[in-house]
Design a protein around this ligand. Structure first.
Ligand SMILES: Nc1ncnc2c1ncn2[C@@H]1O[C@H](COP(=O)(O)OP(=O)(O)OP(=O)(O)O)[C@@H](O)[C@H]1O
Length: 623
């Protein structure tokens, strides 16, 4: 079924006159003047079109038209000044909760009904705004039924933080997705003056109840870069977009070594509650955590659970954007997250190695890929300027990080994650097979009959006794089931070798047997053996591949000075040192000419890769 969507622009500006002028006067006057200009020009030109004097009358007509245009522009300029003086603009930016509230309110007000311009989309919109087609669970049009709600967005604080009175930019920005919602959309709001008093009321009205409630969701917002042209600046700006909505993850579902989770939560809570102390002590109010360890050990899950626990949103920086704009900071009391931080901020040595490789400066004389832009690396810390926030970074390779990045003040707490131990394996098993869901599991009938103890003899005397004994029977049964499942968990953990598999891997295995606790426990040994074999095979394959590549390179470049190989073992007479900086755009000659394969590999034998290199007209050329 076709759905007519009317996606809202990324920014709404609600204009209201400070002194209650209820219509868009400047806009109206502009329209009238525009019409007069064109009408006068056309009519004068028409009257000048007599057979004998067309040419002589054309020039004054054009001059007059030109003068009209100048006058029109002047009037417009004065009107804009007037507007600047007497209007206040409140901007609601996409990504901020107030934006959502406003769009919701507008939807409820039915403002989209008058829209003439629709965009039809084949994919589901992130926000399911539409013209009265969606209904929430209460049957309310344009309701918020499906929308993600942060667990702790309080109306009052969001209002205080969420809107900006912007006197500096009275004119709509050309080129930006910027739409003005005229005050005429609601008589009620026009009456409420002046705007600064009115806005909080407007926000409180538009803030849906569901936003005020404590709802079990965590939102993750990701930085997205877009281009914006403003009067004052031209360039990329960053907007936060709600890209992921996750159900709030209970802290109990995170299985870590004892005390780890508690210490992070305690530390974060302390940080939040001690803002004033930080200010008084002159210490920047920010706290950085680095979670490091092998993949799949629960680093990201911890952050999501913590966000839910503390009622915070997660603002995640996409490394692809490689950019943070100070003008679009994430709100206070939020979590700023950078996953796999080693990719964004490699250690300086790594970075220099990379640069050397890029510029053929590693002694091989070969330019690998000079098109790789230099990374900003460790000299670029986006959270340096951000206060009142928790910063989380995750990495699998802490050794690859620049020590400067990890100094206190940037990273205050490092938490190491490990591959699963036996305790974690058992806890994970119990999480998968809780007693309360036993009905979902395939429990062998012989086990069930064992669990189903007969009632104690003589217990069924009266109705009351009957109830009591039934309760006792249920409790006894529950206890028997949990003992049974605990035994299975124990046997499962015995089958899992210590610190060899990640929690995610164990989770993957348990998911295969999610309804068969007995099988999950009894087959774990087989699974471990097969996983080990897979790893061995992969290791062998990798080694073979490496050896093949090495042999190929030797065959191509020769083993040593002037010895053998398709290129006669050529090598440069002296190590090549290209100028740095500025970088010259260099494309490997092999890649350009197409007669040699692109050498992909930094770890190929250096001896075999050396070539004589000279510089010629701004590009490096292999001769
Ligand atoms: N300690 C853990 N407790 C509970 N679940 C876990 C744990 N570790 C991993 N998982 C599960 O494994 C999956 C991956 O976990 P997660 O993304 O948190 O790992 P990670 O350490 O961040 O991995 P990576 O370093 O690859 O980003 C999730 O579905 C999560 O539920």
């Amino acid at each position: 079924m076709a759905t007519w969507l009317n996606p809202p622009p990324s920014t709404y500006a609600y204009d209201a006159p400070v002194f209650g002028v209820g219509s868009d006067l400047p806009g109206l006057v502009s329209q009238v003047l525009s019409f007069l200009t064109s009408f006068t020009g056309v009519s004068m030109f028409a009257t000048g079109q007599t057979a004998d004097s067309a040419g002589s009358k054309l020039i004054p007509v054009l001059v007059l038209g030109y003068l009209f245009n100048i006058v029109r522009r002047l009037v417009m300029w004065f009107l804009r000044r007037f507007r600047f003086q007497y209007y206040i603009t409140a901007q609601f930016t996409e990504g901020d909760p107030t934006y959502d509230w406003l769009v919701l309110l507008l939807t409820d007000e039915g403002v989209w009904k008058n829209s003439k311009d629709f965009r039809v989309s084949s994919k589901t919109s992130q926000r399911k705004w539409s013209i009265g087609l969606t209904k929430d669970s209460n049957g309310k049009k344009g309701g918020s039924g499906e929308r993600g709600v942060h667990s702790d967005v309080r109306c009052s604080s969001a209002v205080a933080l969420g809107w900006i009175l912007d006197r500096s930019d009275p004119v709509p920005r050309p080129g930006s997705a910027h739409e003005r919602v005229q005050p005429s959309w609601s008589k009620e709001y026009r009456r409420l003056q002046p705007l600064p008093d009115h806005l909080p009321r407007l926000m409180c009205k538009s803030c849906p109840d569901s936003w005020k409630r404590h709802e079990p969701n965590t939102r993750k917002l990701a930085g997205r870069m877009c281009w914006c042209i403003q009067w004052t600046r031209y360039g990329p700006v960053m907007t936060w977009n709600n890209v992921k909505r996750k159900n709030r993850r209970p802290m109990e579902s995170i299985i870590l070594a004892e005390g780890v989770l508690d210490s992070i939560t305690k530390d974060a809570r302390e940080f939040i509650n001690m803002e004033e102390w930080y200010l008084d002590a002159g210490i920047p109010h920010r706290r950085g955590y680095l979670l490091h360890g092998p993949p799949g050990t629960g680093k990201t899950s911890t952050i999501y659970a913590l966000a839910g626990e503390l009622g915070m949103e997660i603002y995640s920086l996409s490394l692809a954007s490689n950019f943070v704009d100070d003008n679009q900071p994430s709100p206070k009391n939020s979590i700023f997250l950078i996953e796999d931080i080693d990719c964004a901020f490699p250690s300086r040595e790594d970075e220099d190695d990379d640069r050397n490789r890029e510029w053929g400066n590693d002694g091989t004389g070969w330019v690998y890929d000079a098109r790789v832009p230099p990374r900003r690396g460790s000299r670029w810390c986006p959270w340096e300027s951000e206060e009142g926030k928790l910063f989380f970074a995750t990495t699998n390779y802490i050794d690859h990080l620049d020590p400067a990045l990890m100094r206190p003040g940037r990273i205050d707490m490092k938490i190491q994650y490990h591959l699963a131990n036996k305790m974690q394996a058992a806890a994970l098993f119990k999480r998968f097979f809780p007693t309360k869901h036993v009905k979902l599991f395939d429990i062998p009938s012989n086990v069930l009959s064992l669990i189903d103890h007969p009632l104690p003899s003589g217990a069924i005397d009266t109705d009351a006794n009957s109830e009591k004994t039934q309760e006792a029977k249920d409790a006894e049964k529950d206890a028997a089931i949990s003992t049974y499942l605990a035994d299975l968990a124990e046997s499962f953990s015995k089958g899992v070798p210590e610190s060899e598999f990640s929690t995610a891997e164990l989770q993957g295995y348990l998911l295969i047997h999610k309804r068969e606790p007995l099988k999950a426990a009894s087959c774990v040994g087989e699974w471990v053996a097969s996983e080990r074999k897979l790893r061995e095979d992969k290791k062998k394959r990798d080694e073979e591949k490496k050896a093949k590549m090495k042999a190929k390179a030797q065959e191509m470049w020769g083993a040593g000075p002037m010895g053998g190989g398709a290129f006669g073992g050529m090598r440069p007479s002296a190590p090549f040192t290209p100028p740095l900086p500025p970088p010259i755009p260099v494309v490997p000659v092999a890649a350009r000419s197409g007669d040699l394969p692109l050498l992909p590999t930094p770890d190929l034998d250096k001896q075999g890769l050396t070539l004589p290199v000279s510089e010629s007209s701004g590009s490096l050329v292999v001769v």
